[in-house]
Design a protein around this ligand. Structure first.
Ligand SMILES: Cc1cc2nc3c(=O)[nH]c(=O)nc-3n(C[C@H](O)[C@H](O)[C@H](O)COP(=O)(O)O)c2cc1C
Length: 243
């Protein structure tokens, strides 16, 4: 059942190395493409990195070398307005690609497309892990993959036959993310300490990488400083000037 599959998701970070075939990749991509897409723009492209040297470099640049090395397939999912620019040219129109709105459109499109790919892959028994780490070195990765203007890497994805599966990680309680009629921030005063207890128990009892940690501490450590401050300039160089 689809719902059970979704509830059993956990990211896989070590695979058995079995390569994924072209036939399967093409089938997963065709399935992913059926995701809804803003105004039918289909503003995504994905680079499948099969060249072993490039794959190794991608693993190093994104800070996940072992995961890439053992994966059966490595992908970089990109926001893509290049194809739309060329579609405009066919109609003798210079499209406006570089607005903040279009970046949001592209990010939404890529994410829905990728998540369809992931669900289809997990339904076949594969494990996956998204790799936001590709945004650590976006210039180098753009160069490695020859990404043109109006195309930028949003995240990577590894896929493969899992060598180890992690226990399912408990999410925030439904009450924390579901609001009725109006937003209510006050409830977090009770819900966040309770969620910390749930996560402390999870981290303390899982089968690998046990640790003492909780969610609010993790988030505070993560968000204490600006993340990837170079991203604004990088996006501008790619043609997205946030107009
Ligand atoms: C866009 C995105 C980027 C991510 N980047 C990384 C990454 O670079 N390295 C990694 O090990 N996990 C990465 N993850 C996986 C998350 O850490 C993981 O989904 C989260 O901790 C929840 O765990 P679960 O997927 O096992 O339930 C990423 C997930 C998403 C959605």
């Amino acid at each position: 059942m689809v719902k059970q599959l979704l509830r059993n998701h956990s990211s896989v970070r070590i695979y058995d190395g079995t390569p994924i075939s072209k036939e399967i990749v093409e089938d997963l991509i065709a399935t992913a493409q059926m995701a809804a897409t803003s105004h039918f723009v289909q503003a995504y492209s994905v680079v499948w990195v099969t060249d072993e040297k490039k794959k190794e470099k991608l693993g190093l640049l994104s800070g996940n070398p072992r995961q890439f090395e053992t994966s059966g397939g490595a992908f970089v999912f990109c926001v893509d307005f290049k194809r739309l620019q060329m579609a405009g040219k066919l109609e003798n129109v210079d499209i406006i690609a570089d607005s903040a709105e279009n970046v949001l459109v592209g990010v939404a499109d890529v994410s829905l497309f990728a998540q369809n790919f992931v669900i289809a892959a997990e339904s076949m028994g594969y494990g996956i892990c998204y790799i936001g780490g590709v945004r650590n070195k976006p210039e180098e990765i753009s160069e490695l993959l020859n990404l043109p203007e109006f195309v930028f890497p949003l995240f990577g994805l590894t896929i493969g036959v899992p060598a180890r599966r992690n226990e399912v990680k408990p999410r925030l309680p439904v009450a924390a993310v579901l609001h009725e009629n109006e937003y209510n921030a006050q409830k977090y005063e009770e819900l966040l300490p309770a969620y910390n207890e749930t996560l402390e128990a999870y981290y303390n009892s899982r089968s690998s990488n046990r640790k003492i940690d909780n969610w609010t501490k993790q988030m505070a450590d993560f968000l204490i400083e600006q993340r990837r401050p170079f991203m604004n300039d990088f996006l501008a160089r790619k043609g997205f000037n946030w107009k």
